[in-house]
Design a binder for this molecule. Sequence first.
Ligand code: 5AD
Ligand code: SF4
Length: 361
Amino acid sequence: MDTLDRLFAKIEGGQDLDISDLVCLLLLEDNDALQRLYALADRIRKKYVGDEVHLRGLIEFSNYCRKNCAYCGIRRGNRKVRRYRMEIEEIVAVAVAAAGLGYRTVVLQSGEDSWYTADKIVNLIRRIKMSVNLAITLSIGERSKEEYRRFFEAGAERYLLRFETSNRDLYARLHPDSSYNRRLECLAWLREIGYQVGSGVMVGLPGQTVSDLAADLMMFRQLDLDMVGLGPYICHPDTPLAGSPGGTVEMTFKMLALTRIVTRNTHIPATTALATLRPENGREQALRLGANVIMPNITPLQYREHYQIYPGKICLQGLSEKYTASLEERLRSIGRFVSRSYGHSVKAQAKNCFFNATNGE
Ligand code: 5AD
Ligand code: SF4
């Protein structure tokens, strides 16, 4: 049996891949072998999370950020960005409209913006929960454990915080004002408090190696994540990394498929960054090799163009019936359908976890 057959047999037999297996699979170039890998990931996706696709409406409510991550277009050092903040009322109104269109989850995302004090965020969560029956995912960066606890108690069920790369040195080079240990500590707090936790990385960061990516995959398993988001790094010209090559669609596909294989029952979005590099079919392809979530952008149009963490970010108008109807149609054509449930963590449900407010449907 050659190495590849041995690795595929290992996956099919339900055995865990080790880091050298992952490096070997990430280095695959042969098209037949890749198709075999993708088909396996697709089967595992079907077995563990089914054919339903969860929609999460993404509201980018502020592009102010106190951090200066080297890769990010809205880093505080970028003076070209027109900064905006949405009022609490305005954010609630978007969430209400999203619920009206059938969304069951909103993702509240922003730069690290301390203008939104813990009190304001708590108020925002409560207001949404009082108005509509939506699950709430927060993606607002590093906060104190106490704040995370308050947000959870107010009703937020999920939190997204990517660790970006498991290579500590690379992490340090890219993040002048945060530390890898702190990041992991935040993730541990979120888990301890009871959130469904999402994390992830960028693929193709300058200086990142295939071994780093394999270590990222090991880390997904180790952190026992509920959600894993990953997309290609896309170079932004107004950052210190201007001119660097970005991640490729091919490597991102391999990472996606392997994330499904390694983590089995996590929620994995077909990310916007991937769709930006391959607008024709990036999302559909991702859904066919492991992904089971789409995060349509429902930020009001007047703000959306200013949330350019990378250039050319595609702007699908997620807040319209026309969009959701055409999405349903496209999903049907690949044998998938839009989920009507909240799409809580499969992992947490398997562990019979308690969900506040939107009880485990
Ligand atoms: N290219 C791709 N992804 C990026 N992110 C930030 N900047 C870029 C970029 N230039 C990702 C980070 C962050 C998420 C919100 O967006 O992974 O966690
Ligand atoms: Fe801020 Fe997030 Fe961009 Fe870093 S990646 S600069 S924390 S918005």
